[in-house]
Design a protein around this ligand. Structure first.
Ligand code: EPU
Length: 439
């Protein structure tokens, strides 16, 4: 198994290009199952998660062709995907490596009336139930049962429009509702839908395929079912979670990084945090430049659904907070168990305490349930190199950012987790002057 060896302690400087969004591209691959025609996905990230999704689509009957479109500094490819026939509605033999298979249920139900997908994998950051996915598909007319390691669904009479009201705006469940509803008979209304930019990008693709989808106020999405969808071409939005990771890297190492392809409209809340912590940024033609000249200061962060501070930014940003003068508070309201990585940072010299409390007056779903979802960071703490094991994707990038911030050598194992969501991260960071090698 590969490891990363990092020699840290120097400011990172230069330009880094974002890949296409990890949390969009696999969804577009699944959406392409809704038509027999060819779809072309540009700015396609060639990472572990898209490899796993390619395996899923092939098992279902898709033909895929991935081409690299080389351009200076360009990290992405182009995917042609076509599923003229569904050969297999059972994908249970696939290993449970990510959370995408459940999204294939809608397209499989629409095209064959049946679907069977395995229990899900993905990061271990909380219980991650699928009740809202089932709520959506059942409202649209599917019958679902849980078998031995698999979810089985049937809709012998097809899917029909319905009103789906979520008690939490889940990203995955909203996508499942969309995939089920676009070809269902009649109109579907999703109330309290997720409206993350990643969802909007998926909606744009579905719209290009011929779907009719309207966005209303207060997290409401309306879908008019159409009889068929056609092939489409789409450019995947840039990965704003990578952007947040590289911004945190610039702040933590006192560097100066131009994040090529970063879009301000997707990062407004993050940029507010960059400013509040004492970092600097400039929006330029090619992307967003982030740097820090002066010392950072501790701040309070609360994660939230869009347009709030994303849960996926919390971990890399915490490394920057270890380098800030004074105390910081972080309240995680999306996942109940997303602070495991703080043990690694403490091993490196950080002073982070994780507690089961909520701020006074907060309406957090996790209040009084014993979940360790609130952290205090005492700064500033010089970090020193350590031997670290990656727990999940974002804890992996934390290990890298902390290793590059720390004095001495850091060894990171479990790199395949990081490769699931960051394209050739070591190679790209070396262009910023990072001393990082894969062995
Ligand atoms: N939830 C339920 N029931 C459900 C579904 C979700 O209670 O049926 C709860 C979850 O347990 C969690 C919360 O809702 O506490 C958020 O889950 P959501 O469904 O919104 O997330 P997801 O679709 O599983 C995607 C991203 C995550 C990102 C979240 C939130 C993908 C593949 N994953 O997950 O990305 O954190 O949305 O924005 O799109 C990452 O990239 O590191 C990552 C974890």
């Amino acid at each position: 198994m590969p490891k990363l060896i990092i020699s840290g302690g120097k400011p990172l400087k230069g330009e880094i290009e974002l890949m296409g969004s990890k949390n969009v591209a696999p969804k577009l691959m699944v959406a392409s199952l809704l038509t027999e025609e060819e779809c072309v996905i540009e700015n396609f990230p060639m990472i572990g998660d898209t490899d796993i999704t390619a395996e899923l689509c092939r098992a279902i009957g898709s033909k895929l062709q991935i081409a690299l479109r080389p351009r200076r500094g360009r990290v992405n490819g182009e995917l042609c995907i076509q599923t003229d026939q569904i050969l297999n509605h059972k994908v249970q033999s696939l290993s449970r490596r990510n959370r995408i298979p459940i999204l294939a249920m809608g397209p499989l139900l629409v095209r064959t009336g049946k679907a069977e997908v395995p229990f899900l994998g993905g990061d271990k950051i909380g219980a991650r139930p699928v009740n809202l996915h089932f709520q959506a598909l059942e409202s649209l007319g599917a019958k679902i049962e849980i078998g031995d390691g698999v979810y089985r669904a049937e809709a012998p009479n097809g899917l029909h429009g319905a009103t789906v009201k979520f008690d939490f705006p889940s990203v995955g469940a909203t996508e499942n509702a969309l995939f089920g509803a676009v070809l269902a008979r009649g109109k579907t209304i999703i109330i309290n839908a997720a409206i993350e930019p990643e969802i909007i990008d998926v909606i744009k693709f579905l719209q290009n395929m011929g779907a009719i989808i309207g966005l209303g106020a207060e997290k409401r999405i309306e879908i008019e079912g159409v009889p068929r969808l056609r092939g489409a071409r789409h450019i995947v939005m840039s990965d704003r979670n990578e952007a947040a990771s590289f911004a945190a890297l610039a702040l933590s190492t006192k560097g100066d990084i131009l994040i090529r392809g970063a879009q301000q409209e997707h990062l407004i809340t993050l940029l507010n945090a960059v400013r509040r912590v004492g970092g600097e940024y400039a929006v330029v033609h090619k992307g967003i430049r982030v740097w820090s000249k002066n010392s950072l200061r501790g701040i309070t962060i609360e994660t939230d659904t869009h347009p709030g501070f994303m849960t996926d930014w919390q971990q890399p940003f915490t490394v920057a907070l270890t380098q800030a003068e004074g105390n910081s508070l972080i309240h995680e309201t999306i996942y109940e168990d997303r602070f495991g990585y703080t043990n690694d940072l403490n091993l490196m010299g950080a002073r982070i305490k994780v507690l089961a409390k909520c701020p006074t007056g907060s309406k957090c779903r996790f209040r009084d349930r014993g979940f360790m979802h609130y952290a205090t960071v005492e700064g500033r703490s010089p970090l020193r190199g350590a031997k670290l094991t990656t727990r999940d994707l974002r804890s992996g990038i934390v290990n890298i950012i902390a290793g590059l911030t720390a004095s001495g050598e850091t060894e990171v194992s479990g790199v395949e987790e990081i490769d699931r969501g960051y394209y050739r991260i070591d190679e790209r960071l070396r262009r910023l002057g990072a001393e990082i090698k894969r062995i």
